[in-house]
Design a protein around this ligand. Structure first.
Ligand code: GLC
Length: 568
């Protein structure tokens, strides 16, 4: 019998994020490198992840560890060469894996030759490649308007030589390009085309929601919000209405999609880093305003970005009700053919375990949501072994964000960290823990890793977890393998079972694609509980525990924080 057609690869894939500096160091300089990723490809394939996202490896003064690009076509020498990128792509492709590059379109490094030229004089041909404005007050010494950067202080920076202000959405050494200048668009689309043509299967787009700003430079309105969050970028007493989510940014997402569609050999994938409510973010993916009850949904899935990060899962209360609400929201705001994403950590946020009390069973349950709910899972390196945040002092941080806030006492930083605000992102960027060897096997025993290795590496490491069938690592492997085997998990529709069919501690949904059907039970509690199965699936396939308990007479026994996937 002919089943329905599977959607394109990107809609079914699983993504593993690699911070190259911290993954594996092959030359003993204490910095992870591209050959290090190549060295670990077999391990990644055997883990079961299908797509790798590599954080920026381009030429850069590394003030923001690569998110400040000074040469988009070069490779930073500490990471390797263009030949190493070639080898990484070829070797990954040979193993049936895909690779995404990280594209920083919004800004360059202050050391990029374009910016050097731009700031050299008001008449330089590159002047209007960036956003320059005269100031207010006599002598122009007050910034052009009240706009704040995404990280707190104002985003305008005074240039003494040319007596004007330039705009930077993030840190002062990351000046924003002016996308209203057609030359800029052409240059940056050229960069995109060159890396896609080089063989990358897609791009992760850095702070994409900031690309266009209000062309009249009107003030941002006042807001009572103090700190921004993943789903609401307003903060620092300002609504970012004039600086984020501009309609032209959404139009630019369409332009990028057309560029991605130029590659006919295999579809290229674009995923945007954008902060906001799912109802706003869907607009980046060809989704119009949600229309109540619209069927088919008000969506052109062939337009705009393929998907965006939905960071809300990081904040959802870790309860059945919390995740029920989240799944409902993702289904409502990102209905098929849109594809949500499941993100529990990245190089900017606390590691998942930090929020779950470093409780392996809870971490495995969270992994089960990530890998069985409808959407693209993004696994941050180390999440699969339960790596932990390492609290390090602000003053000596490598992270420029932490250095900017170094005037704060560390006790304040620790309090904010506990509340989920990570000022020193070094905490979640420590070297991958491969073994209990010196330097956790990340680098030569005698080398000095660029960030300290977490002391927990003695027990939390790949080698130890490989030996333990009850480890988080084995749980990931089982779930990833099952997902590969079951179209229902890769691409199936999701239907929640009604609350009244289940105890309040249990969330359950069905995934179905054609004839392929699985039910997923998620138990958000530390008791052991007998549960009447809500559907007709009776065959226990995979548990977050090493082996599922048998199902008897339509009832499953769920252990503390167990997730159980069952088939027919
Ligand atoms: C994004 C990146 C972050 C970087 C910033 C500026 O949020 O994830 O690491 O510092 O953009 O490029």
């Amino acid at each position: 019998m002919q089943g329905p057609e599977l959607p394109p690869w990107w809609a079914r894939t699983t993504v593993y994020q690699i911070y190259p500096r911290s993954f594996f160091d092959t030359n003993g300089d204490g910095i992870g490198d591209l050959p290090g990723i190549v060295r670990k490809l077999d391990w990644l394939r055997d883990l079961g992840v299908e797509t790798l996202w590599i954080c920026p490896f381009y030429g850069s003064p590394q003030q923001d560890l690569g998110y400040d690009v000074s040469d988009y076509d070069a490779v930073a020498p500490e990471y390797g060469t263009r030949d190493d990128v070639r080898r990484l792509l070829d070797e990954a492709h040979a193993r049936g894996m895909r690779v995404l590059a990280d594209m920083v379109l919004n800004h360059t490094s202050i050391e990029h030759p374009w910016f050097r030229a731009s700031r050299s004089s008001r008449t330089n041909p590159k002047r209007n490649w960036y956003i320059w404005r005269p100031g207010k007050k006599p002598g122009g010494k007050a910034p052009p308007n009240n706009w704040r950067s995404l990280v707190g202080p104002r985003g305008w920076h005074w240039d003494e030589r040319t007596q004007e202000w330039y705009w930077a959405s993030f840190l002062p050494f990351q000046p924003d390009l002016d996308y209203r200048n057609p030359e800029v668009q052409e240059a940056m689309l050229g960069v995109v085309r060159r890396w896609l043509a080089f063989g990358f299967d897609g791009l992760r787009l850095d702070i994409f929601h900031a690309i266009f700003k209000d062309e009249r430079f009107e003030d941002n309105p006042f807001s009572t919000r103090l700190l921004p969050s993943e789903d609401d970028p307003d903060g620092f007493l300002q609504s970012y209405r004039r600086t984020l989510h501009h309609p032209e940014t959404i139009a630019f997402a369409r332009t990028l999609r057309r560029v991605a569609n130029e590659f006919h050999d295999s579809p290229r994938f674009l995923v945007g880093e954008v902060f906001g409510q799912p109802s706003v973010l869907r607009r980046y993916c060809g989704g119009g305003a949600p229309l109540a009850g619209a069927d088919p949904p008000n969506v052109d899935s062939d337009d705009g970005l393929h998907s965006v990060f939905l960071f809300k899962a990081m904040r959802a209360p870790f309860t059945a009700a919390g995740f029920r609400e989240l799944v409902l929201e993702f289904e409502r705001e990102m209905p098929a053919p849109l594809v949500p994403t499941w993100v529990f950590g990245n190089h900017d946020r606390s590691r998942r375990g930090e929020r779950l009390g470093y409780h392996p069973e809870r971490e495995k349950l969270s992994a089960a949501v990530q890998l069985t709910a409808r959407g693209i899972p993004f696994v941050y390196y180390g999440e699969e072994i339960g790596m932990r945040d390492l609290a390090l002092p602000l003053a000596t941080a490598k992270d420029p964000l932490a250095r900017m806030y170094r005037f704060l006492p560390d006790v304040v930083a620790r309090k904010l960290h506990a509340a989920g605000v990570l000022l020193n992102r070094d905490a979640c960027r420590t070297p991958m823990q491969w073994s209990a060897a010196p330097n956790a096997g990340f680098s030569d025993p005698g080398a000095a890793p660029w960030l300290p290795v977490h002391p927990a590496a003695e027990t939390i490491n790949v080698e130890a977890e490989e030996r333990d069938p009850a480890s988080i690592l084995h749980c990931y492997r089982r779930l990833l393998q099952l997902r590969k085997d079951r179209p229902a998990l890769q691409a199936g529709a999701l239907t929640l079972y009604p609350e009244h069919a289940l105890p309040p501690e249990v969330l359950a949904y069905r995934r179905s694609f054609g004839d392929d059907v699985v039910d997923v039970l998620l138990h958000f509690d530390d008791a052991t509980r007998r549960v009447r199965l809500p559907g007709d699936c009776r065959l226990a396939l995979v548990s977050t525990y090493p082996t599922p308990l048998p199902i008897r007479e339509g009832e499953a026994v769920l252990r503390p924080y167990e997730a159980l996937v069952i088939g027919r």
